[in-house]
Design a protein around this ligand. Structure first.
Ligand code: DGY
Length: 321
């Protein structure tokens, strides 16, 4: 059968796919253009796509033989799931395997913001570290501070576990059905408004859905303490980036650590000029171990779908009915 892989994946994964089917691969370093995707998909049985590919009904209309879209990533807001089900195309994703890497990155941003790591690096390498001084380059302590986690799914819970090791107080706002029994009494549940008011660090871990689009806008940012930091490793459009840029420009919160952007890879004008934010290029899952695990999982899902079985990480088994 024919498989389209829109961007090259770790070698182990490519070998597994090549051994099973005929594989067409996109570029090493950039997403496939929508035109090229539509052109190539016509004769494909399986698609292994990434979060940079927009897979809408037009793509599916152009793919009469397509049986499965195996997404390389957990977030699937770029795939029209409803259209896939109507077209009888299975969709799968890669949950769990990127939880720790993404939680690590959220925590790295918390520490980097608190202790001004990026600024310190710039100062040192630019030759502006002249002497040690008691009041020089003061950051803020993480221990004992309140971390507000918005969304207590797999990644939110992994961030909470890390925060426990740093002796933080953790509060979280989440859908009622994501609440977990809190064995150690370390996590307090609250509503979003209260979380924003009391947290020193607010870390976002919700999927992008119509309900979470601009969940954090001007009003919500206005509720945060002037000393608080916002961390977003989930999806860019969860935050109104223009409102955040304005609030950061006015120093109305202490700073932000962003790994994702509303119009990725574009940034809201002015954001990159601000020194009170750390901007990363969507690298939450970017470790060799995690990217390999994601690839193996996506490839297995793809092969299962091509064999006429419901993939382990299927999101729409109804597509086969
Ligand atoms: C995902 O899987 O949704 C991540 O954003 C990829 O890094």
């Amino acid at each position: 059968m024919n498989i389209l892989v829109t961007q090259r994946l770790p070698e182990e994964v490519m070998n597994m796919l090549h051994a099973a089917h005929t594989v067409v691969v996109g570029s090493d370093d950039r997403p496939m253009s929508p035109d090229s995707l539509i052109r190539q998909i016509a004769r494909m049985d399986g698609l292994l796509s990434t979060i940079s590919d927009r897979i809408d009904a037009d793509v599916m209309d152009a793919a009469p033989g397509l049986k499965i879209i195996a997404n390389y990533g957990v977030g699937t807001n770029h795939i029209d799931l409803k259209a896939a089900t109507t077209h009888g195309i299975l969709v799968s994703n890669t949950p769990d395997v990127l939880t720790d890497a993404t939680a690590d990155l959220a925590f790295a941003l918390i520490l980097a913001l608190a202790r001004r790591i990026v600024e310190g690096d710039h100062r040192t390498r630019s030759g502006r570290f002249r002497y040690w001084a008691p009041l020089e380059f003061l950051g803020t302590e993480v221990s004992g501070k309140t971390l507000g986690i918005v969304g207590m799914g797999r990644i939110g819970r992994a961030v909470a576990r890390r925060a426990a090791g740093f002796n933080m107080n953790v509060v979280c706002a989440t859908r009622k059905n994501s609440r977990q029994p809190d064995k150690d009494g370390r996590v307090g549940y609250t509503d979003l408004n209260n979380l924003l008011k009391i947290s020193d660090f607010v870390s976002l871990h919700v999927p992008l859905t119509p309900e979470t689009h601009h969940l954090i806008g001007k009003d919500e940012l206005g509720k945060m303490k002037p000393t608080a930091f916002l961390i977003n490793t989930s999806r860019g459009p969860v935050v109104d980036e223009a409102a955040l840029t304005e609030i950061l420009f006015q120093n109305r919160i202490a700073g932000a650590g962003l790994d994702v952007y509303e119009h990725e890879p574009m940034l809201t004008p002015g954001l990159a000029d601000l020194s009170n934010c750390i901007l990363l290029p969507h690298v939450g899952s970017a470790t060799i171990e995690t990217r390999t695990r994601m690839g193996m999982m996506a490839a297995k899902n793809l092969l299962e779908g091509l064999a006429g079985r419901i993939p382990t990480n299927s999101l729409n088994h109804q597509a086969l009915r």
